[in-house]
Write a protein that binds this ligand. Structure first.
Ligand code: AMP
Length: 222
């Protein structure tokens, strides 16, 4: 398993910083006229508005929010603030520091949100092979998948199959110059199975019951 595929609570960054980059905001204003107002643009509103209560971290380059429809106990989205990053396909080798910074912000979120929680709770950081929402966003999600918002097979497979592209895999792909993972879209149709022991489950309710009791080694992911 890749070193950071499952991440224990750890601190990588200093204290929360609330600063605006005038450069980023001006660039975003330039793009604003081209934005449409459909549901897929809902994440864009956070980029210039760190005062929104959903925002949990902000600095000059990156903003992090709580996912509005969390698919686990802890689910955040970390996004670059520059609107030029529409999806992973826009990333180049010049953006590797940005990706590593996003990973550092994810480490901080995990650390800050786990203080009163189970210290063994695992997290994964990654991107969906095909985004449903506009603007690049990295999911930071705890592996309990204990959430009423996780309602269907597509939700489950988007986080537990290779449709979920871990940050370290994306970094390697960007280094190679090809961060297009859209060929993985069919993984959303895979059969339901436990992300820990790999046992097939017939329905989502059965799967949820199984994962609540699955005592497999959480690090023995199959
Ligand atoms: P993706 O499939 O990678 O594009 O995931 C988009 C994520 O955005 C999902 O986890 C949604 O629950 C989340 N989401 C959708 N609308 C909002 C919103 N208005 N605020 C915060 N998160 C949202």
């Amino acid at each position: 398993m890749p070193r950071t595929a499952l991440v224990h609570a750890q601190s990588a960054l200093g204290p929360k910083k609330r600063a605006d980059s005038s450069d980023t905001i001006s660039a975003n204003k330039r793009h604003k006229n081209t934005r449409s107002s459909n549901w897929a643009d809902a994440l864009l509103k956070f980029l210039d508005d760190p005062s929104d209560p959903a925002v949990v971290y902000v600095d000059d380059e990156v903003i992090a929010i709580k996912d509005k429809y969390p698919k686990a106990k802890h689910h955040f989205l970390v996004m670059p603030r520059d609107t030029k990053y529409r999806s992973a396909k826009d990333l180049t080798c010049d953006d590797l520091d940005l990706l590593r910074h996003m990973e550092g912000v994810a480490n901080k979120l995990v650390h800050d949100n786990n203080e009163n929680d189970d210290p063994t709770l695992e997290y994964r950081y990654g991107f969906h092979a095909v985004q449903s929402m506009n603007h690049l966003h990295m999911h930071v999600i705890s592996q309990d998948f204990d959430s009423a918002c996780l309602k269907n097979k597509k939700h489950w497979n988007s986080f537990t199959t290779t449709f979920f592209v871990p940050i370290e895999e994306l970094i390697i792909a960007v280094e190679k110059g090809d961060a297009d993972f859209s060929y993985r879209e069919n993984r959303l149709k895979d059969g339901l199975k436990c992300h820990r022991c790999g046992r097939a489950q017939k329905t989502l309710p059965e799967l949820k019951q199984h994962i609540a009791n699955c005592d497999c080694d959480p690090f023995a992911k199959v």
